[in-house]
Write a protein of this length. Structure first.
Length: 645
């Protein structure tokens, strides 16, 4: 796990060494152990690398690294878990160079020379982003792993082509021009995050997962080429389903997932795992411990608020498995102290509030280990989210009703405002002795869902915070994404498959993986995700839906794997999100901070949001009449980022 950056320049640049070192210095948190630059003035290219040493801690792993023939130079971030297999393949065909060390970077370079770039990344199993300069053809190739675990930004700024693991490195180049993309702000308001290929800055993009893009000063081919497409994997898996029994499926899943865990446990530094006590992280830890000769280091954080605390469950799982467990109970003050750091940790606005506990558990783990495995991806692959069950129930009830009739009913409900519905239904609230009775919001949300014309539209309505994000954002046009463009959406025959596929190509790479990468790298911790080994993903999509969702309960095959290692009673409980009580914090200890960011004068001066609408939501939330914490957190994270950047 490292950081990379670099640029091509077309106009005179007197001190490229100073510029590239300045860019690399912004990424020191991603690579505190070593630094390197490589410059070819005649070709007009500069590469830089910050290293977090995980494999081959010797100078033989230093980057940027040149291939044995001298043709290629690479700056690379990530881990290729099957790099020893690649080395053996090269050696078997006499295509291997004289090895200088045992790093995965060197194996990648040898593969590029022997097999070509695209074929090598097809053979590689891992998480990575790289910048590869071909000295023979004077061409730069950028590449990103299949699921998007590692970030890579790029784009032209005047006569310079800039790229980096994080935007802060691009911002350090003198050619960079700071202009916020208002369309990206609208995307943030809908998604919590800015989905690829967009970024917060005009002219700068994210490389899509599973893609390569090539650039040269003579010819600019900026259309990314997919070497692996999650939508194709979904379609192939559904077309060729697993034909064994559910028990056989669970057995095969354990074998494939165990192999992934085993590969990801290889490191030359201390290694551990996050453990929440839920199904996904417990399965990863159980498979780690079953393959380890000593107790695995596990980490969890707890909250004194019972509704947000899973630490006791994690401790019970750790005790049963015999791990060396470390937990930290954090106070609200400790959690809130992270919030001022978020605009620096996340180089563009990001508003998934579970970023706070994710940073805290990463910070805890980094005190003891350099690498931590996580259970991310299990929900998306095996049907674990509650909205899959909810979506199936809703669509079963709605789809038989003619779309026109549903649309009329929806319009009938929305004729009255949420506030009017609240007043009309207030007697019911009094009868039920509810202090906060706000049925109007739910009715309007239900009306929107009722009008959904497809399962993909149902997913968008359930998943959007502001379904009309251009309403609060001034002078913005929302750019097309998978959520809003039918031609980009996976074509599924079942609503749950539709939602799982959409999560795989949107929510997982744009939210979950961004959250974990930035939080962990902010403390120089490498995270690895065994569920996202491409063989696990491909097998998961071959499993019939009834194997995943059994009697309304998700992740059936994964549960069977876990129950072979951990008693059912330690696991079976309602799903709990990894979150913090933003709702009450905004009315209490965070009120002054939020008030300053949401002041009407400030919003009007900055010119990104409708001040009247934002203040209305803020005042309603403060009064307790409405609960707008999710909508407001998106705005607050943009405002905090804008103040910093």
């Amino acid at each position: 796990m490292c950081g990379l950056t670099g640029f091509l320049w077309g106009a005179p640049l007197p001190e490229p060494e100073v510029v590239i070192r300045g860019m690399a210095d912004t990424l020191v948190h991603r690579g505190p152990d070593d630094a390197g630059v490589w410059i070819d003035r005649e070709a007009g290219v500069a590469l830089a690398h910050r290293r977090l040493s995980i494999l081959d801690l010797s100078p033989a792993g230093h980057q940027p690294m040149m291939s044995a023939s001298g043709r290629y130079v690479v700056a690379y971030n990530g881990e290729v878990y099957n790099y020893t297999d690649l080395r053996l393949e090269l050696e078997a065909t006499d295509a291997a160079p004289i090895w200088r060390g045992h790093s995965d970077t060197e194996a990648l370079l040898a593969g590029f020379e022997a097999w070509g770039i695209e074929e090598t990344v097809r053979r590689a199993a891992g998480m990575f982003a790289f910048a590869l300069w071909d000295r023979q053809n004077a061409t730069l190739t950028l590449g990103r792993d299949r699921l998007g675990e590692k970030p890579l930004y790029y784009g032209w700024q005047g006569n310079a082509f800039l790229f980096a693991s994080e935007l802060k490195a691009i911002e350090a180049h003198p050619a960079f021009f700071r202009q916020v993309d208002r369309g990206a702000v609208a995307l943030l308001i809908r998604h919590n995050a800015i989905p690829a290929p967009y970024s917060i800055w005009q002219g700068i993009r994210k490389l899509l997962p599973g893609s390569l893009v090539s650039i040269s000063r003579r010819k600019c081919n900026e259309a990314p080429v997919r070497y692996w497409d999650a939508r194709e994997i979904v379609a192939t898996g559904l077309a060729h389903p697993f034909e064994g029994t559910p028990r056989e499926a669970a057995g095969m899943l354990e074998a494939i997932l165990s192999a992934s865990v085993r590969r990801q446990m290889v490191a030359d530094v201390p290694l551990g795992a996050f453990l929440s006590g839920g199904i996904d992280s417990s399965t990863v830890v159980a498979l780690m411990q079953s393959q380890s000769s000593r107790p695995v280091r596990t980490f969890s954080i707890g909250f004194h608020e019972a509704d947000y605390d899973e630490a006791k469950h994690a401790a019970a799982v750790a005790k049963h498995l015999g791990t060396e467990h470390t937990e930290l109970y954090v106070t609200p003050r400790q959690a809130m102290d992270v919030i001022p750091r978020l605009p620096e940790l996340y180089c563009e606005p990001f508003a998934d509030s579970s970023q706070v506990p994710t940073f805290l558990v990463s910070q805890l783990a980094r005190q003891h280990v350099t690498v931590s495995l996580s259970g991310d991806g299990g929900d998306e692959l095996f049907g674990g989210y509650n909205h899959y069950v909810l979506g199936r129930r809703l669509w079963r009830g709605l789809s038989p009703i003619p779309a026109r009739l549903r649309a009329w009913s929806s319009r009938g409900i929305t004729v009255l405002s949420p506030a009017m519905w609240n007043r009309l239904l207030k007697p019911i609230g009094l009868l039920r002795r509810r202090r906060a009775w706000n049925p109007g919001d739910r009715l309007h949300k239900g009306a929107a869902v009722m009008a959904a014309r497809s399962s993909a539209e149902l997913y968008r309505l359930l998943g959007s915070h502001w379904d009309t994000p251009t309403s609060p954002v001034l002078n913005a046009r929302e750019p097309p994404t998978v959520l809003t463009s039918p031609e980009l959406q996976p074509d599924m025959d079942h609503v749950v498959h539709q939602m799982m596929a959409m999560d795989l190509v949107t929510y997982l790479p744009d939210d979950i993986l961004v959250k974990v990468d930035r939080a962990a790298m902010g403390v120089s911790l490498e995270t690895r995700v065994p569920f996202l080994d491409h063989q696990v993903v491909e097998f998961a999509w071959r499993l019939p839906l009834e194997y995943k969702l059994h009697k309304g309960v998700g992740k059936w095959p994964l549960r069977q794997v876990l129950y072979r290692h951990v008693p059912r009673k330690l696991i079976e409980r309602p799903k709990m999100g990894f979150s913090v009580p933003i709702d009450s914090w905004l009315r209490g200890p965070l009120r002054d901070w939020a008030e300053s960011l949401l002041s009407e004068e400030r919003i009007q001066r900055e010119g990104f949001f409708d001040p009247t609408l934002i203040r209305e939501k803020w005042n309603e939330h403060l009064s307790g009449r409405r609960h707008w914490q999710h909508l407001l957190w998106n705005v607050l994270m943009f405002q905090a980022w804008l103040e910093r950047h």
